[in-house]
Design a binder for this molecule. Structure first.
Ligand code: FMN
Length: 294
């Protein structure tokens, strides 16, 4: 195990989606716990433990935690490009959580990451509602289940669902997946997430959806770096009638919109990565459709 000279904690073996990596991943201390909001000693221990248990950092003994901030001469934290990519690539949507409380300090860091997102005209239209009340989460879970049920039933009857799952050859598995989607049960987990941060946005700015999406993704990545799992669940707001119900539930005023309820908790599953399209299919040069010459 190597201790980073610059005040980072070092991780020797990082397992990501089954790919063991020998190269050390270095995360700066201040990414996890800046001096301005340093966690209490016990919380640090807890955090270290959660990082190891998260599936992102697999080996407890491989994590070194050191006091002090890691900053380069430019004032930027010491994260290499590979580290950042690794954080992005190893994030998964998590839908099963341990029934364990998520400390406010960690939620504050997640929302701090959201606060630093870019926005058109620097309008910062995002507002975050932290929901822990089980009754409110239960009501959101019910709306989400009904909304998903309608959406996926429509997908089924239009044939889109069959198209989406055409690669799945196991018919029993496919039938189970269809049932979970059509019943809406796929989104009921929202009720069981320890915390839901509801990302809202002010509507009278130009770039609302882009701004809110940027904040949400920053928050997902920060949560992941903290050993927490997240899942964006648009199910309770994707249909206008559901949106109104959810807004009423949370007292969201006229002039704002709920963009993305974000379920958060300690992961109780480690799903395989969902497939991604290869770069050569999605990248063009100079004009749409133009591929790089080989
Ligand atoms: C805008 C958006 C809406 C989503 N809505 C839901 C949802 O309602 N329910 C759900 O279970 N997952 C939802 N997800 C999660 C996606 O299913 C997930 O991101 C996708 O399958 C890729 O998997 P990954 O996040 O693990 O890489 C949503 C994700 C995004 C970005």
């Amino acid at each position: 195990m190597a201790r980073c000279k610059r005040g980072c904690f070092s991780i020797r073996e990082v397992s990501c989606g089954g790919e063991a990596k020998a190269a050390p991943l270095r995360l700066s201390h201040n990414v996890i716990a800046p001096a301005s909001a340093r966690l209490a000693r016990n919380d640090e221990r807890e955090l270290r433990h959660s990082l190891c248990g998260s599936g992102f950092f697999d080996s407890a003994s491989s994590v070194l935690w050191q006091e002090g901030e890691a900053r380069s001469k430019t004032g930027r934290s010491e994260l290499s490009m590979d580290d950042i990519l690794e954080i992005m690539k190893s994030r998964r949507s998590i839908r099963r959580y341990k029934q364990k409380d998520v400390p406010d300090e960690l939620l504050d860091k997640i929302m701090e990451a959201g606060r630093w997102s870019p926005s058109g005209d620097n309008a910062q239209p995002w507002r975050f509602i932290v929901v822990r009340d089980p009754e409110v989460k239960k009501a959101m879970g019910k709306i989400a289940t009904e909304g998903s049920g309608r959406r996926f039933t429509a997908e089924y009857f239009t044939g889109h669902m069959q198209e989406r799952f055409k690669g799945l050859k196991d018919e029993e598995k496919k039938a189970r997946a269809f049932e979970k989607l059509r019943s809406g049960a796929v989104s009921s987990f929202l009720a069981d997430a320890p915390v839901v941060i509801v990302v809202c946005a002010k509507l009278d700015v130009w770039d609302v959806p882009y701004d809110a999406a940027m904040a949400t993704q920053n928050m997902q990545l920060m949560a992941h770096a903290l050993g927490l799992g997240t899942c964006v669940v648009v199910a309770p707001v994707s249909d206008m009638r559901d949106d109104l119900k959810t807004m009423g539930l949370l007292n969201v005023p006229h002039g704002y919109k709920i963009v993305a309820p974000l379920a958060i908790g300690y992961p109780d599953e480690s799903p395989n990565p969902r497939p991604r399209l290869p770069l050569e299919d999605i990248v063009f040069y100079e004009a749409f459709g133009e591929r790089r010459e080989k």
